[in-house]
Ligand binder design. Structure first.
Ligand SMILES: [Zn+2]
Length: 181
């Protein structure tokens, strides 16, 4: 009898949305699932050690809203993947001494987002090249300063108090100058 009853008891309908924090460290697999909506999620975070993703549960009445959200989320995830490609292509160009092309690619990447941590990493990786090339250091310093200023005009920083932004900006610009002195 209990079994029969259970069959007739309708489970409340629920949907889930996969939510990843999109930034330069998010793994590609998590980015690919960002925004995904399902009733029976196949991908349940954590997908790997240090995975910070989670599933948001929502009722069917909100499906339309979450679908719209999902499109924006997927677009952002795709843009982050593109940004990484542009950034690494730009870094490769530096070795070929095609600085104008490198700068253009860095600029395109920065239109999506610009991370100080990646500048640190780049300066580390290209240590020898940069050490022997003051012209390149000057060019990159100028470019990255510009990129870092533009960064905070991105929509996602809008909710952050301007005092905090100013502090980040000042510290970031100092660091860029220091790295590419
Ligand atoms: Zn994850």
């Amino acid at each position: 009898m209990a079994v029969v009853m259970a069959l007739f008891q309708r489970k409340p309908e629920k949907y889930f949305q996969f939510y990843a924090q999109v930034h330069f460290l998010t793994c590609e697999v998590c980015l690919i699932h960002h925004g995904e909506i399902s009733r029976d999620p196949q991908h349940k975070p954590p997908l790997h050690p240090d995975c910070r993703c989670h599933l948001l549960e929502f009722p069917p009445t909100e499906l339309e809203h979450y679908r719209e959200q999902s499109e924006r989320m997927r677009l952002r995830a795709q843009q982050e993947l593109l940004r990484r490609k542009l950034w690494s292509r730009a870094a490769d160009r530096l070795n070929g001494a095609n600085y104008a092309q490198a700068e253009e690619l860095f600029r395109q990447a920065a239109q999506v987002e610009f991370y100080l941590e990646e500048v640190e990493q780049l300066c580390q990786e290209k240590r020898d090249l940069l050490a022997s090339n003051p012209e390149l250091r000057a060019r990159l310093q100028k470019l990255f300063i510009k990129c870092y200023r533009v960064k905070f005009s991105l929509d996602k920083y809008r909710p952050i108090p301007s005092r905090t932004i100013l502090l980040w900006e000042t510290q970031g610009l100092e660091r860029i100058k220091e790295l590419l002195l």
